[in-house]
Design a protein around this ligand. Sequence first.
Ligand SMILES: Nc1ncnc2c1ncn2[C@@H]1O[C@H](COP(=O)(O)OP(=O)(O)OP(=O)(O)O)[C@@H](O)[C@H]1O
Ligand SMILES: N[C@@H](CCO)C(=O)O
Length: 311
Amino acid sequence: MKELRIFCPATIANVACGFDVLGLCLDHIGDEMVVRKTGSGQVTISRIEGQDLPLEAANNVAGVSAMALLKALGSKQGFDMEIHKKIKPGSGIGSSAASAAGAVFAINRLLGEPFTLNELIPFAMEGEKLASGALHADNVAPALLGGFSLVRSYDPLDVIRLHTPGQLYATIIHPQIEVKTADARSVLKHSVPLKKAIAQWGNVGGLVSGLYTEDYDLIGRSLHDGIVEPLRSLLIPRFDQVKQASAEAGALGSGISGSGPSIFALSKGEHTAKKVAEAMTQVYADSGVAFDVHVSGISHEGVRPTMSGTP
Ligand SMILES: Nc1ncnc2c1ncn2[C@@H]1O[C@H](COP(=O)(O)OP(=O)(O)OP(=O)(O)O)[C@@H](O)[C@H]1O
Ligand SMILES: N[C@@H](CCO)C(=O)O
């Protein structure tokens, strides 16, 4: 195979209590990429549609991730990428991760899969480092593996794919303001009072348990973030109102999606998730801030081919 067209899904990182360790994969929101082998011996990006992003491979997360993979293999094979961007950079739903994960998935597939999906995560993290200065895996892991991911450890990297309950739906409101991950990380404190840490790791354990037992009330009780949300929510217009309206509409819980400005809520069932979407819309209707609202299931699959290229 010389060419692969893929869907690169959006993701929600942190999922409230799991800063840098939890993430989930959305099912139909995402970019497309076309990746093809070339004889140039280099990684190139010939086209980016939908957003104004760098075409130089060294300045684009897709290029950096691709080069990290090829360097690990010692491969001199050239690749060219086209990126059809639907997820806005700085949205909080893993725009950079979609490109990083897409690049390494496609190149790995075109090279006959020398790496497992889990083994691709560190290469995609190099792209995230370019975007935000931080080697976080909580967007690229679910973008590659699908479902929910837990980064149990960064050193050594140990990523676990978690069970996803079938009736879990996400609602996302994306206010059209850009919050760069690097900026949203710079507002964080580097030490956490023990009392807050206790509450947070209790909630991470509760959320993981709730996912496995499909206990939706427990999932809802666990969707709290007492560490990051109080600092970052100040960057997001009407954050508290969106949370309150989501709860009143029946959401299990809500929080900042990734580093924001998107806000997510999880609900049991699509019907409730749609009611939450209406409630979020009402909060933002007269805000003067343009916004999009999405309802999505949790995808069991991450990056995936949409059409095989020519053999
Ligand atoms: N292919 C790419 N797709 C998206 N952003 C890219 C890409 N290549 C480079 N970037 C840069 O990465 C930055 C966006 O990444 P950032 O992590 O801030 O946003 P995000 O991925 O939408 O957020 P989050 O990780 O919170 O979901 C921008 O500075 C953008 O120029
Ligand atoms: N865990 C990262 C995710 C960025 O999407 C952060 O919150 O900074």
